[in-house]
Design a protein around this ligand. Sequence first.
Ligand SMILES: [Zn+2]
Length: 307
Amino acid sequence: MASRDGNGWVRCELGHRHWGRFGAAGLLAYVLDGPLLLQRRTWWSHHGGTWGLPGGARDSHESALAAALREAAEECGVPPDVVRQRAVLTDDHGGWSYTSVLAQAAEPFPVVSDDDESDEVAWVPAGQIEGLDLHPGLAAQWARLGRELSPVTIIVDGANVVGSRPDGWWRDRPGAAARLRAELMPLPSHGITELPDGMAIPAPAADLPLDGRRRGRGEQVSGQTRMRWLPEVVLVVEGAARAAAAAADDGPVQLVAAPGSGDDTIAGLAARTPGRRIVVTADRELRQRCTAAGAAVAGPGWLLGLL
Ligand SMILES: [Zn+2]
């Protein structure tokens, strides 16, 4: 049985009083180009009556994802396994932090308010969020969160990345592809903390919290924020390296054997994959094709620097 040792008030280094001895976490469930799930907090709760993310105090043993999912299940009936974690935004106040877990759902799923901590639960179109009376925490982060409701996929040009390191790959091409895949395996769960140049989302023109007027002039509402994206990773192999695909087990890195030219397969993935795509290749012509398809591009050095 979980000990639920996170319940309790703390004062952060910015001088706020917060619920959650080990910080708190909330679930931002969204449908790509669709609505997101919000909860209106019951009147007796802290900032009662405002709309925010389902979530609550983290226990000492608990990851942000586990806490966000547990609270979302309790408060809104979010079933397990209907959302996929895509990114986390941590707002660190010093001595207390709030982690927003951005998680994608294939489509809106039925939710129900527990009528205890939550009065109402709804799927809200992203364009209507700013018109709501938002919880100050969500209001402070919405300018950032609203631009992150899109998964990140890294599409790796296997031949190009393998070829960028003179490690004897030419003696065993399937083996070299399998080695690269093994190196990429931790990436979807460890995530990345920087996007390649040209893909970073520009800062909003006015980075002021929506509710600044209610919190009083000059008060700092949010702390240090850190973003971590948890990407899908697709490794495309061609030619002799395709034998690696037949031998590949299930795992967090998908291995795609190009039926013909690897470039055609990669350009096709760059065009068709939903959300944000990063194609990793140094091949100039392929970079142009992928950029034209709306993807960002990065060189092998960027990817290898993450491993
Ligand atoms: Zn604080």
